[in-house]
Ligand binder design. Structure first.
Ligand code: NDP
Ligand code: ZN
Length: 217
């Protein structure tokens, strides 16, 4: 989905305390028996994930989830990446990075250009794919998520599966403050409608979603 591009000023607070690894010259010492080239690739992927964590934490730094305890927002992107890696067996570092960054366009002042600059076009595109257009009404956005799901790329589908699984788990265990039973049930049903469009993407993740959905109140 195309988001309206928001041209905002760079975020000096982020720049101030997180030097991008793109500016850091790194050398990989041969710390194990694997060939140096293999270590270098692994190191580059780990570095990208660390950068994504630092970037997302900085961007969401003043945000909280909607549960009674107002949990730190960053717990949610971390939970997505964990679901993908641990429960979904996903090793694609670009999908994992996109999961960590998945709410930055929609919920912070981050721009597409900023993501592209920091993480490259592929990851920026996945984040854009899973971002709602906030200029639309909530009901329209929810309808479009159902309609657009089947057109998502494979990586965006993985992120979508993890996002809905984490949110449904939260909705059961730490629901948004003040949400009536009917509203929580509506959320479960809507999430399932989205996920039903993308079945056949990753059996482990779909099983994780179904298990989370079984806790529908
Ligand atoms: P939102 O989509 O704004 O809220 C749900 C989203 O909040 C999640 O998708 C998640 O998004 C984020 N979130 C933050 N904290 C939590 C948490 N602890 N648990 C789960 N999710 C969390 O919901 P709406 O306000 O749009 O309401 C959904 C629907 O309910 C609408 O269609 C509306 O019409 C309807 N509604 C029903 C009412 C009723 O009483 N039945 C009353 C009002 C609305 P993310 O991952 O992006 O952070
Ligand atoms: Zn999310």
């Amino acid at each position: 989905m195309q988001l309206r591009r928001r041209h905002t000023r760079p975020d000096p607070e982020y720049e101030a305390f997180i030097p991008s690894s793109r500016q850091v010259v790194s050398s990989v010492a041969p710390a194990c028996d694997r060939p140096v080239a293999v270590q270098a690739v692994a190191h580059a992927e780990i570095t990208l994930l660390m950068d994504a964590l630092a970037f997302s934490a900085a961007k969401h730094r003043n945000q909280r989830r909607k549960d009674v305890d107002a949990s730190p927002y960053i717990n949610h992107p971390i939970a997505l990446a964990r679901v993908l890696a641990v429960e979904g067996n996903v090793t694609d570092h670009k999908a994992l990075a996109a999961a960590i960054l998945h709410d930055t366009l929609e919920d912070t002042r981050t721009t597409y250009e900023e993501l592209q600059e920091q993480f490259g076009r592929t990851i920026a595109e996945v984040v854009r794919e899973v971002s709602d257009d906030k200029s639309l009404s909530k009901d329209k956005r929810k309808q479009l998520q159902i309609e657009h799901a089947r057109h998502l790329s494979h990586r965006a589908r993985l992120v979508k599966l993890a996002d809905k699984t984490c949110n449904v788990r939260d909705m059961a265990a730490h629901p948004p403050h003040g949400w009536e039973l009917s509203r929580r049930r509506e959320y479960f049903d809507w999430a399932k409608q989205v996920i039903d469009q993308i079945r056949g993407t990753n059996a482990r993740l779909e099983a994780a979603f179904d298990e989370a959905f079984a806790a529908r109140p």
